[in-house]
Design a protein around this ligand. Sequence first.
Ligand code: PTJ
Length: 249
Amino acid sequence: MADIPKNHPRYASLMTREKISQAMKDGIVHETGLIAHGRGEAFDYLLGETTPPAAERACKVAAAALLNAKNPVLSVNGNVVALAVDECVRLADSVPAKIEVNLFHRTKERVDKISDELRRCGAKKVYGENADVKIPGLDHDRALCDKNGIFSADVILVPLEDGDRCCALKNMKKTVIAIDLNPLSRTAKTADITIVDNVIRALPTIEQWVYKLKDESVDELNDIVGMWDNEKKLSEILFFMSKRLNSLY
Ligand code: PTJ
């Protein structure tokens, strides 16, 4: 790893880059995952690298949806495990939810490495290694999933997604929660609940809400989810970003 001085003004961001670059060398992140990370960084810059109020509220709604689900699943890929493996495992434990590895650039070697890393960090069971069914309507490897995991999930959390799977999951009548720093992406627009925030901040925030909402009734949780208007919240995020940009100079 590069020797980055702690007093560097961009220390946290540079260390995150080191992490994802190392994970690529270790075979966890696909090389194009670095490009996806760069796009995420640019949007995070526009947010001021903080969680906007609409994202905090989205985390609350996401927690309510996960708690009310019969078969909640967290879908993880290389970038998510590189950036927030402990956070994934803790969130899955708190709900509890299943964890499934689902990759766009799928190879057995990457699936095994990512699954091993999840287990090393405490995941008791990892789905996706023996993907035996396909999400209908997808012609790439993200379609491959486990019939007891993503395929039969009613609520699915998809951090760092790439658009068309989100649509395909919606077509299967699943509730989709997305974490995506880009509020303009197809994923952000298609999901039922979009958290426009960095996965590094969003996953622990959802977990905190899971603990806060754990004792609420099913009706109370349904109300929290039912009152969410995703389109309106995305426009609030865009307003937050543009207001912030306009106030800089
Ligand atoms: O590990 P694999 O094989 O499944 O490959 C995954 C990648 C990331 C290569 C694949 O999903 C991909 O190409 O994704 P996209 O289409 O580039 O979309 C990624 C989205 O995630 C973009 O909208 C980024 O803004 C966003 N993003 C990137 N980093 C973060 C993020 N959102 C939240 N937190 C991040 N840290």
